[in-house]
Design a protein around this ligand. Structure first.
Ligand code: AMP
Length: 219
């Protein structure tokens, strides 16, 4: 295995990519790189990128390949990403997948794990999801953190993302079908796709992912 372990985690919004990447990052000692988290932090901090993309994120549309590719390239230059990364929410279009291949050169993507879930399940999950604006911790609307509005990890504000409102969820699922679902064939053709049932308890999903990784000598 070459030095850099790049794992792409695919799946609809709400499939559990963030939750699984956090668990796997600890297990594999490589960082969880979420382009959604990077973009939301930019919006929160009102950086130039944040001001440029705020309306796009709120509407559940995709920001440009060019911008996202640049953010990932910059993230890959950081020391913790030299061993590898768990990519969550990137690539999301074929253009981004090709840019990722070009960026990685000979190293390449080691595996693409697709978390399989139905639209009904993700709609229910996303509608009840609440997140900490500071650390990204994920809660359900019935959790004490969601009710009190305060994260028990870091004390940050726990909110409902604007793009987890019903209209934006529908839009994001449409965008997923049109732009991101074709990536399954892209990675399958390269012999890199592993499918995992995302409709199980989080620890069972993690166990299944670790199994497909170990079948390929990762972890
Ligand atoms: P996520 O947290 O992955 O659901 O991303 C939230 C939002 O950030 C998406 O709905 C897009 O507006 C934007 N975004 C995140 N990753 C990408 C990407 N790879 N390409 C384009 N837009 C992205």
């Amino acid at each position: 295995m070459s030095a850099r372990v790049i794992i792409v985690v695919l799946g609809k919004q709400g499939a559990g990519k963030g939750t699984q990447c956090k668990r796997l990052a600890e297990h594999l000692a490589i960082p969880h790189v979420s382009t959604g988290d990077i973009l939301r932090a930019a919006v929160r901090d009102r950086t130039a990128v944040g001001l440029e993309v705020a309306a796009t994120l709120e509407a559940g549309q995709l920001v440009s390949d060019e911008l996202v590719n640049r953010l990932v390239e910059e993230r890959f230059e950081q020391p913790d990403a030299q061993r590898g990364a768990l990519l969550d929410g990137f690539p999301r279009t074929e253009g981004q997948a090709l840019a990722l291949d070009a960026l990685l050169g000979d190293d390449g993507v080691k595996i693409c794990v697709n978390l399989e879930v139905t639209n009904e399940l993700v709609t229910a999950r996303l509608s009840s999801r609440r997140v900490c604006q500071e650390c990204g911790a994920i809660y359900r609307d019935t959790d004490i953190e969601a009710i009190s509005g305060t994260c028990t990890n870091c004390g940050g504000d726990v909110i409902q993302r604007a793009d987890d409102l019903p209209e934006a969820i529908l839009k994001r699922l449409e965008v997923y079908e049109r732009d991101t679902a074709p990536l399954l064939a892209f990675y399958e053709q390269r012999g890199l796709l592993a499918r995992v049932d995302g409709d199980q308890d989080a620890q069972d999903v993690t166990a299944d992912i670790l199994e497909v990784l170990s079948e390929r000598g990762i972890g």
